[in-house]
Design a protein around this ligand. Structure first.
Ligand code: GTP
Ligand code: MG
Length: 358
């Protein structure tokens, strides 16, 4: 899963990227044209449940869930629209962290800063739809190809999305059927992708940021404020020094962990665990993943030969203290392949291995 860190020039993208990835070396650096540069790093998702499980099982190895961040430069204020090569990158990404400069500027300018980029996204999706409608209309006039009712169906769908962009500035996925969403998934519409807005403050604006009325209707709860530069400095300190530093600035939470966890949430990801003496591991799945598919993320043989998933919840294990106690309390379940795996489930997959050719 890949999140792109985007924003206007000098808003603090690289500062945030470096803070988020301070423990990891970037895995790749790509220049896609003269203006655009992409740095990539894979980061562990902090999870207190995994910490507890590794204390409990004392495994040889502990494996966290991962998330990939990309620092994407090259979006410009003065430029009208997004360049073709940049668009290509943005459409491939699963979600965005949109950094907004809230240091050295007055509070009144913040809404404007947020909207500049969001408007580009809206306009871009509109243009894609208009091009598509034009093609559909040509197809209709020419005839001889696809069924006319299929063309009409798509025309209605794309017109509906165009209306949504005009009234709400986004393509509202909630108004689309699952089939329509599938039909549209290849287009990579920017306004359908989840976005976390990070208000990047200094010590002065951080104090007052909560009183700012963010007026944009496209934003709901996916918004967080932090002091990017301070977070980067803290990320480079050892644990003890970091906590002294945080106390000094009245910081009670680790902003970076919060961002990583929120990223996971906006992408609608969940974790299940596998446990044992060899390894305790967090696995990433989409919300609504069924047990057989979850098993497939561990190994394809577990998917094809799936029998049952022995399941307990992390909370039950933590509250009752041992697997034996969970079993005695009747809370160890045998779930079938259609079971929708819940966040925090601990699974043992029973499966029949494929027969070897003799
Ligand atoms: N005061 C203050 N300065 C910051 C903060 N975050 C970044 N800066 C400064 O702003 C400048 C730009 O920061 P970068 O992180 O390079 O911004 P960027 O968005 O990556 O910039 P480009 O990639 O050039 O578009 C640097 O001089 C940073 O030190 C912050 O939270 N507070
Ligand atoms: Mg940068």
């Amino acid at each position: 899963m890949k999140l792109g860190i985007i924003g206007l020039p000098y808003c603090g993208k690289t500062t945030l990227f470096e803070a988020l990835t301070s423990d990891y070396s970037p895995t790749g650096k790509i220049y896609i044209d003269g203006n655009t540069r992409i740095d990539t790093a894979v980061v562990k998702v902090p999870d207190q449940r995994l910490d507890w499980l590794s204390k409990h099982y004392q495994p040889k190895k502990v494996s966290h869930a991962n998330i990939t961040f990309q620092d994407i430069s090259g979006i410009h204020e003065e430029q009208k629209g997004l360049s073709k090569s940049l668009l290509h990158v943005l459409t491939q990404i699963d979600g965005f962290i949109h950094v907004v400069q809230c240091f050295n500027i007055s509070n009144e300018d913040i809404n404007e800063k947020i909207n500049l980029l969001l408007d580009d996204f809206t306009i871009n999706d509109m243009m894609t739809i208009e091009r598509k409608l034009e093609n559909l209309s040509n197809e209709w006039t020419k005839g001889g190809g696809r069924n006319r009712s299929d063309i009409e169906y798509e025309q209605n769908l794309f017109n509906k999305m165009h209306d949504s962009l005009e009234t709400k500035s986004i393509i509202d996925q909630n108004t689309l059927s699952i089939n329509d969403q599938k039909l549209l998934s290849g287009y990579g519409f920017l306004t359908t992708k989840p976005m976390l807005i990070v208000l990047n403050c200094d010590e002065y604006t951080y104090e007052s940021i909560n009183t700012i009325n963010i007026t944009n209707t496209r934003i709901n709860h996916n918004i967080i404020s932090l002091m990017g530069k301070l977070e980067m400095e803290i990320a480079q300190l050892n644990k003890d020094d970091a906590s002294v530093f945080m106390q000094e600035y009245g910081m009670t939470t680790n902003g970076l962990d919060q961002i990583i966890q929120l990223s996971y949430e906006i992408l609608e990801l969940k974790s299940f665990f596998t446990v044992g003496q060899d390894e305790v591991k967090a696995w990433t799945i989409h919300a609504n993943t069924i047990a057989q598919d979850a098993a497939g993320t561990i190994h394809s043989d577990m998917n094809s030969g799936f029998i049952r998933a022995e399941t307990m919840s992390f909370d039950d294990l933590q509250n009752l203290g041992s697997e034996g106690a969970v079993k005695s309390a009747g809370k160890l379940r045998l779930e079938g392949k259609e079971y929708v795996v819940q966040d925090g489930d601990i699974l043992k997959i029973r499966f029949s291995p494929p027969k070897k050719n003799s």
